[in-house]
Each structure stands twice: as C-alpha cells, then as structure tokens.
Design a protein around this ligand. Structure first.
Ligand code: ATP
Ligand code: MG
Length: 226
C-alpha cells in the first residue's frame, strides 16, 4: 500500500469566527509521488487550503497530516522548519526577491534548510541544472528576478520550489500569466522534475483544461458548504 503524503480529515477553516468557512473539506488523501489538481473559482479557498497544507495557517477543526506529521501538533517554530525542510512552494505571486538574481532566488531554500542544501548536493550546480531543465536561458540566470518576464519568473519560482528535492511541491498558479501552450509546457516540466525527485505535487488552477496532466482532481466551491 502506498504511503499517504497528505491526509486531511474533517477540516474547517474560517478567516473570522463569524464568517462562512473559507475551506471545508471532509476528507482528502494524496499518496506519495502522486499529483493532485485543485480547481475552483476565485475565492473558493484554494490558496487558503495550500497555506493550511504548509502549516502557515492552522484549522479551526479537523486534522492535517503531512508526511505522517500532524501539523497542529507542532509549535510554530517547528512548523516553519518542517515547511522549509519538506515543502517547496510556488506562490500565486511568485514572491521572488526582485533584487536577487534568478540563481540566488533558487538557492534561498538551501539557506533556510540544511536538509534541502544537503539533498541538493552542490547547490549552485543543482540550481543551474533546474533552471536549464525548466527552460530558462543561461543568460537569464544572473539577471535580477525583477527584470524577468512573468513566464521566466514562473520558471524561477518552480526551480526554487524543486531544489533539494522536497517531498511535497505545492504550486499556486498565477491567474493570467501564460498562454495555453506555454502553460502546458510548464506543467510538463514541473511534473517531470517532481517525478524524478519522487515529490508529491499539489497544483492549483482555474483552468480545468489542465486537469488531464494530473493523477487526482479536487474541486473547491465558494462558500464551502458542499
Ligand atoms: N488574509 C485573509 N484575510 C481574510 N480573508 C481572506 C484572506 N485571504 C483570503 N481570504 C478570504 O478567503 C476566501 C478564499 O480566498 P482564497 O484566496 O483562498 O481563494 P482562491 O480560491 O485562492 O482564489 P483565487 O483563485 O482568486 O486565487 C475569500 O473569501 C477571501 O476573501
Ligand atoms: Mg488563490
């Protein structure tokens, strides 16, 4: 039996006590090495769920287990360390440091996590290999991230999520960044690299057309009362 990378039970999260739940999810299991496509309209709680999976937010009710660890059982500092060691994030707005080069942005997780640095082997070479594998020209590796195109920034953000082979890669797709053909190519590259590293992938998008790339699918709805 495959081990579960992610296991969620009876999850409820609200941003305010008097608000409707932003996320309500009875059950979700993602086996290690599989990819999950998470979709739903704007405001459905996709980014909120990703932050719950990363232990950035804690649920009001229910249980989130990541790699056998119940996130709510860890104090905040240990949750931060767990996230840095085991999860790679591609944020919806990328969150690159604009004044740092593409290469130095990719290397950031290796500065925050010794485990990621060790698993990267020689981090500089690993970062360059990932950027090249994700189709970023070598000429752009030294450019400040803030001067790259949106598509190039997405590649840098993906390489940063993948470096040091985290067990889980979480990607929140930018809503309007790329045309369809480039988005398909990007997903193939991301999934190919994640598979080579044995990583489990959770990928968010509005675009249902992309679902075919993934092993599992989950729809979230606004209001979360389903
Ligand atoms: N920091 C926050 N404080 C209060 N409410 C928030 C916060 N972030 C999100 N919300 C609310 O939670 C709900 C879900 O938002 P979320 O960002 O998770 O949606 P989403 O599915 O990622 O949407 P999009 O596709 O537009 O990125 C929305 O009603 C939103 O207003
Ligand atoms: Mg979002």
């Amino acid at each position: 039996m495959a081990a579960a990378a992610i296991r969620i039970d009876d999850l409820v999260f609200r941003w305010r006590p008097d608000a409707a739940p932003a996320v309500k999810l009875a059950k979700l299991t993602v086996d290690a090495g599989k990819s999950l496509f998470l979709h739903g309209p704007s405001g459905a709680g996709k980014s909120t769920l990703l932050n719950l999976l990363g232990g950035v937010l804690l649920p009001e009710r229910g249980r989130i287990e990541v790699l056998g660890q119940v996130l709510g059982d860890l104090p905040a500092a240990r949750r931060d360390a767990f996230r840095a060691d085991h999860l790679g994030f591609v944020f919806q707005q990328f969150n690159l440091l604009p004044w740092l080069s593409a290469l130095d942005n990719v290397l950031l997780p290796c500065r925050f996590s010794r485990r990621r640095a060790q698993r990267a082997g020689e981090p500089d070479a690993a970062a360059r290999r990932l950027l090249a594998a994700l189709d970023l020209d070598a000429a752009a590796h030294g450019a400040p991230a803030g001067e790259l195109s949106v598509g190039q920034q997405q590649r840098v953000a993906a390489a940063r999520a993948l470096i040091g082979r985290p067990e889980i890669v979480i990607a929140d797709e930018p809503t309007s960044a790329l045309d369809a053909a480039r988005q398909d190519a990007f997903i193939d590259l991301l999934l190919g690299e994640a598979k080579a590293a044995g990583s489990t992938v959770v990928f968010v998008s509005h675009d249902l057309r992309l679902a075919a790339h993934f092993d599992e699918k989950l729809a979230l709805t606004v209001g979360a009362d389903a």
